[in-house]
Design a protein around this ligand. Structure first.
Ligand code: PMT
Length: 404
């Protein structure tokens, strides 16, 4: 009964794998979950709603504009009720609608309305799966911070062989069990994370910045939340949707990021500086757009405040973790920053290479602390973030034991 008392909203969309959703529902119930089912119209052509009603013990919802259903448990109540939203099977059509924020049926509307973790278990013909449009939609959905349970390879209902079969119900259920019962090592702790690049204006239309996308910092914010922390995410401008339920502060410049960090620092237990803060800002930001009359132009730059060093130096400093982005001498520079900025830990990564670092979905980290180090091999930033959060939790607990 590992999922005991969890409220699972299961959306079934129109594919032959809809029949497997009955087994999935049975497994969720076996684990003690309370499950409510919503279906698209086309899903009801594959499996009768009555079958889901009988197994779940609740009426099945399929209409968005159904006055009776809205009176009983409307779509907003359903969205608020859910602890987790699972779309299995998720067709190419539903993936596309969710990726683009369309809300023309109950399932796609719920996708926009829920604030809980969302899982997609796609199922479709292998040619549809590999189509550029589907792959682009998957990429887009990843920026919403959702979870995928990858389809499997094998013989498909159409008789062809390839990737696209919905993952087996046992696999989906196991994934939820391991995610939802992840160790809550940071429960009740306040974690602040900086992410993304700052922008330092030269004039009303131009700025100095760098290549940070915010992916690493946002992944850490999600991982810290999954570990039970109350997360404050102070972010430069990015194209990523902020994780739900965190205290999100958007900034533009290094000075704004410094101010936002310090006005939220009270009671912060762990600070993680993932942001690529622009080190120097123009002394003067022109009031009007600079004209391109001169052959050469010179800007005087002034050093920005070092947010990470200032946090580590303050009275009652939180457990402070820095990042180090290097193109060479990774270990030496990281160790130098660890000592100079008086950090508890530093996570160093290579930038400007073919793999990892800025903008990419994967990264690798060399982590250093006073008497130790650990290598985290190349992995998806979401996986790497979970590993780093686990290591930070370990080191934080050790530091607490040592210093009381
Ligand atoms: O955002 P992504 O595209 O996913 O890329 C992730 C990343 C490469 C940006 C990330 O993994 C990373 O390395 N972040 C730190 C980038 C950086 O600015 O490193 P640095 O070595 O220049 O700075 C050292 C540390 O001091 C960092 O923790 C930085 O946040 C902090 N710092 C630096 C300057 C400054 N003025 N204030 C700071 O707080």
């Amino acid at each position: 009964m590992v999922l005991f008392q969890r409220k699972i909203l299961l959306a079934v969309t129109g594919g032959i794998a809809a029949y497997k959703a009955l087994e999935l529902l049975r497994l969720f119930k076996k684990q003690g979950a309370d499950v409510r089912v919503v279906m698209t119209k086309s899903a009801t052509a594959f499996v009768q709603p009555l079958a889901f009603q009988a197994l779940s013990g609740h009426a099945v919802h399929f209409e968005l504009l159904d006055t009776e259903a809205e009176n009983a448990m409307g779509h907003i109540e359903l969205a608020r009720w859910a602890d987790v939203f699972v779309i299995a099977p998720a067709t190419a059509n539903t993936l596309a609608k969710c990726a683009h924020g369309l809300a023309d049926d109950l399932v796609s509307t719920l996708y926009l309305a829920v604030t809980c973790p969302v899982y997609f278990a796609p199922a479709m013909n292998h040619v549809m799966w590999h189509h550029g449009a589907t792959q682009a939609n998957l990429k887009r959905l990843q920026t919403h911070g959702i979870n995928f349970i990858a389809p499997e390879s094998g013989e498909q209902a159409c008789g062809e062989i390839g990737v696209g079969r919905m993952a087996e119900p046992e696999t989906i259920c196991q994934r939820l069990i391991s995610d939802l019962t992840a160790p809550q090592g940071l429960a009740n702790l306040n974690v602040m994370i900086t992410a993304g690049a700052t922008r330092e204006p030269l004039d009303p239309v131009r700025y100095l910045t760098n290549r940070s996308s915010g992916k690493m910092g946002y992944a850490l914010a999600s991982a810290a939340q999954q570990a039970g922390a109350n997360v404050t995410l102070i972010s430069g401008v990015t194209h990523i949707q902020s994780p739900k339920h965190c205290h999100f502060v958007q900034v533009e410049t290094a000075e704004q990021m410094h101010a936002a960090v310090f006005s939220n620092l009270e009671n912060c237990d762990i600070f993680i500086g993932t942001a690529a803060v622009v080190d120097y800002r123009p002394v003067i930001c022109a009031d009007e757009k600079i004209k391109k009359n001169a052959e050469h132009i010179t800007f005087t730059l002034q050093k920005n405040p070092d947010i990470l060093a200032d946090v580590a130096a303050c009275e009652n400093a939180p457990f402070t973790v820095g990042f180090s982005a290097e193109t060479h001498n990774l270990e030496n520079y990281a160790l130098e920053k660890l000592a100079k900025k008086k950090l508890n830990m530093i996570a160093a990564n290579w930038v400007g290479r073919d793999e990892g670092g800025f903008e990419r979905d994967e990264n690798a980290l060399e982590i250093f602390w006073q008497h130790g180090r650990k290598t985290l091999a190349m992995a998806k930033k979401s996986e790497l973030a979970a590993q780093l959060i686990a290591l930070i939790t370990e080191r934080f607990n050790d530091a607490k034991k040592m210093h009381g």
